[in-house]
Each structure stands twice: as C-alpha cells, then as structure tokens.
Design a protein around this ligand. Structure first.
Ligand SMILES: [Zn+2]
Length: 166
C-alpha cells in the first residue's frame, strides 16, 4: 500500500533502527532528509491508527525510516504532589495532581479547602519527567466536588508547549 504526499512517498515497513518523530497536536510532523536536508511538513492524520512505522523517500533519492509517536491527550491516574495558592484569600494547601491534559488539570486537596468556582488559583507541582520540570501555573476553577477540583489553565498556549515537550 502506497500513499503519495506531494513529492514524498511514505509507505509501511517493518525495519529496525528507526528515527522517532513526534506528532504535534495538529497531526503534523516535520521530516528532514538526512542527505540533502530538505525539510517537509507532512500531515499524518491518516496514519494514526495504521502506520506507526514509515519509510520516506526524498526527491533526492534518499530513503529513510521513521516511527510516529502520537501524544496522548490525557494522562490519568497521576499522583504528583503539589500546592495550591488562592491569592486573594491568602489560602494555601497541599494537593495531589491526578490528571493533566493539554488544557487543564484535575487535583484533590489533602485537607478541607476554601476554593470556589471561578477562583483564580496558582498551582505548583513537579512533572514526573526525568527533568522533574517545575510547573507554576495560574488556573481557573471549573468544578468542585468535595475535595476534588477541576481547573483550566489561564494561559493555554504556554501549557500546551510545556505539555508537548515534557
Ligand atoms: Zn533528500
């Protein structure tokens, strides 16, 4: 089975020693030919469920291999310890971050809290990546269910970048 995307041909293959390419949240990848260094942006939406390993052929004749790495939109069942600060009420406390998505987080407060819907809250926690990236992010509270809280990032673009590169 062959698919032609502009002048680059990609088809399924089963070889090892493949370069991993991360797919961004618009389902596009940037491929650089190792020989002539021509750069191509390719939409890989159609490969999402079928072709994780690909062979690309550059117009210069070079053939090279890649694996597509699709990011999951959500990461659930996390247990990252952190803190919250409700700035206007001068209130803070310990939390467990339990779910992170590209647009927000869900966390639980370890003690009774004084957080309400629409509050602006600063969250501080470390990701579980090798760098243990520290996140300090302002969020808006969307829902509250006892000690469980759902919130959205105020700066959506910044967190999307962090989300993608960690
Ligand atoms: Zn080339």
């Amino acid at each position: 089975m062959k698919k032609t995307l502009k002048s680059t041909t990609i088809k399924k293959m089963e070889n090892k020693n493949i370069k991993t390419v991360y797919v961004d949240d618009t389902n596009k990848i940037t491929v650089i030919c190792p020989k002539c260094e021509i750069e191509k942006n390719i939409d890989v939406t159609n490969f999402k469920d079928t072709h994780k390993k690909l062979k690309a052929k550059c117009p210069c004749g070079e053939v090279f291999r890649l694996t597509l790495e699709f990011r999951q939109t959500y990461r659930k069942n996390l247990r990252l310890t952190g803190e919250y600060f409700v700035q206007e009420k001068n209130e803070k406390g310990d939390i467990l971050i339990e779910e992170i998505s590209a647009s927000g987080v869900r966390f639980s407060c370890l003690k009774p809290h004084n957080i309400f819907r629409d509050d602006l809250v600063e969250l501080k926690f470390n990701l579980d990546n090798p760098m243990r990236t520290e996140i300090r992010e302002l969020v808006k509270i969307i829902w509250i269910n006892d000690r469980n809280v759902g919130a959205k990032y105020i700066d959506q673009n910044r967190m999307k970048r962090i989300w993608f590169f960690t």
